[in-house]
Design a protein around this ligand. Sequence first.
Ligand code: THU
Length: 130
Amino acid sequence: MSLLEDAAKVRENAYAPYSGFKVGAALRTLSGNVYTGCNVENAAYPEGTCAEAGAIAAMVAAGETEIAELSVIADSSEPVAPCGGCRQKIAEFAKQDVVVTLATTSGLTQGITVRDLLPGAFNAAAMDKG
Ligand code: THU
């Protein structure tokens, strides 16, 4: 199964009764393992979590920290744009030239690098005092 197919499959499990907008994410690590996540909403709206955050949490829980490839899919007219918070979360665990594939359930895809997803990302180096 391709990473995009993994993302589409986990999207079916998304819990999105408030927005009605289901999202699936699948990432492959350098070791070749695949981790998936879907959005999980909450009646207290800000407590909801994004699909990308779920996949990243699954990866870290399994003891891995290096994303080699990531796909995100939703039923949107244009390939789904990750929110700002997720861009920052992705940048924490992926090198700048890693490609993120954004997709629609109707078959549109767009590849974008982590560099272009979040130019000027805050990172650990910013906390160096020199
Ligand atoms: N959402 C994601 O899971 N990932 C994205 O990249 C965009 C937005 C979710 C959050 C919320 O559950 C729903 O989509 C509507 O914003």
